[in-house]
Design a protein around this ligand. Structure first.
Ligand SMILES: *Cc1c(COP(=O)(O)O)cnc(C)c1O
Length: 389
């Protein structure tokens, strides 16, 4: 049986043409015109001055933490309910993550964030400290393409002098349409914004990422760090410890083609979401989660919240049954603070994150999915949940 996949790449555009071109020119590694082109196209799309293309979303996050001044012994506020790559780079810097709960958007809850800063920390007008650690930054993830409450989060971050790193790896193209941040894209609001082009994201370069910052000079420095901190193109002079984090030209060739298609991918994701919304509208056992009001989300991933008063079966059973019907679904992530490397870290009053960890089912959202497939997916999900209720 053919499986309807959760989310697969779409190469309907100029991907082959540009990749062939990069190969023909012999520029396959970390230099070449497609890298610059991708950076310029992204900057244009996001209305930001400077974008540095790098090897992954994870490396984008790591470089942002370095640039934000996160050093061994510092602390960084992070989410518990997201992909672990959002948090691991904190450990790369030998810093300490502190977990702050999400709200109903799955993104960092500004109320709990404020409570934590006010009640658990000391602020001397310059530095916010928790026990003996300075909180240098927070990492806010726009989960599934849903914009976090950036208006509130920015206010708190400014109040306590902490840098805001936006993990927009799932939210390329999501923007505000109302309020003080109207027109602003996810990733261009805080001090740093990180994107990913992994195979499951809205556009892909196989593996890859990008980073932007509110100061163009900082992005230049990030680019420098990503290329082994090479000061001179001929004589191998290095004034800092660099990284091999630069995107390759072959990846960027894919990326340039994907950027051409991004608006169409977003349109399809939004249209398919509306179709699902209609199909699930009268369903009592689970509700389709909305995206934040006052924003236009890229609607990268869709989620159903299962009513646990009516359906008690573990998510695993639901996933297995749907797989037997040719539909790939998955649970939201396991809580990061419960993963072995993080069990000893402090988690502040987690309530919503564990609540949603048991209730969320993600289902097929590829840009190529057909109307018939959407109808089948919705019908079978409803059937399976009824069987298990
Ligand atoms: C995909 C993802 C990352 C990591 O991106 P990679 O390109 O795979 O390194 C980080 N954070 C979140 C929330 C992600 O979904």
């Amino acid at each position: 049986m053919k499986l309807i996949p959760l989310s697969v790449p779409n190469f309907e555009g100029n991907e082959r043409k540009y990749v062939d071109d990069a190969i023909d020119q012999g520029w396959v590694s970390t230099g070449g015109a497609y890298i610059t082109k991708l950076e310029q196209n992204m900057a244009g799309f996001l209305h930001t001055e400077n974008v540095a293309a790098c090897q992954s979303g994870t490396s984008a996050l790591h470089l942002s933490l370095i640039e934000a001044g996160v050093r061994p012994g510092d602390a960084v506020l992070v989410p518990p309910l997201t992909f672990i790559a959002a948090v691991n780079p904190v450990k790369y810097q030998f810093a300490t993550p502190i977990f702050i709960d999400c709200d109903d958007s799955f993104c960092m809850d500004p109320v709990k964030l404020q409570d934590f800063c006010e009640r658990e920390c000391q602020f001397n007008g310059q530095n916010l400290t928790y026990k003996d650690k300075t909180i240098k930054a927070l990492i806010v993830v726009h989960v599934f393409g849903n914009m976090a409450d950036m208006v509130s989060i920015l206010k708190i971050a400014h109040r306590y002098n902490i840098k805001v790193i936006e993990d927009a790896t799932e939210a390329l193209g999501t923007k505000y349409t109302e309020g003080p941040l109207t027109g602003k894209f996810a990733g261009t609001i805080g001090d740093f914004g990180c994107y990913s082009f992994n195979g499951n994201k809205i556009i892909t370069t196989g593996g890859g990422g990008a980073v932007t910052a509110n100061d163009a000079k900082i992005v230049d420095h990030i680019r420098y760090l990503s290329t082994q901190a090479k000061d001179d193109s001929h004589y191998y002079i290095h004034h800092e410890v660099g990284y091999n984090y630069r995107m390759t030209n072959v990846q960027a060739a894919l990326g340039v083609a994907q950027m051409e298609e991004l608006p169409e991918f977003i349109r399809r994701k939004q249209r398919n979401y509306e179709t699902y919304k209609t199909l699930f509208s009268n369903f009592e056992l689970a509700k389709l989660k909305p995206f934040r009001k006052g924003t236009a989300s890229n609607k990268w991933f869709y989620s159903l919240e299962i009513d646990r008063n009516k359906v008690t079966a573990p998510i695993r059973d639901i996933i297995t049954r749907l797989e037997q019907k040719g539909i790939q679904t998955r649970a939201i992530w396991g809580l990061i603070n419960e993963q072995l490397p993080y069990v000893n870290e402090y988690a502040y009053r987690l309530e919503k994150a564990p609540y949603y960890a048991e209730r969320i089912l993600n289902f097929p959202s590829s840009t190529q999915i057909t109307e018939e497939e959407i109808a089948y997916v919705a019908e079978q999900i409803m059937l399976v949940l009824k069987e298990l209720s």
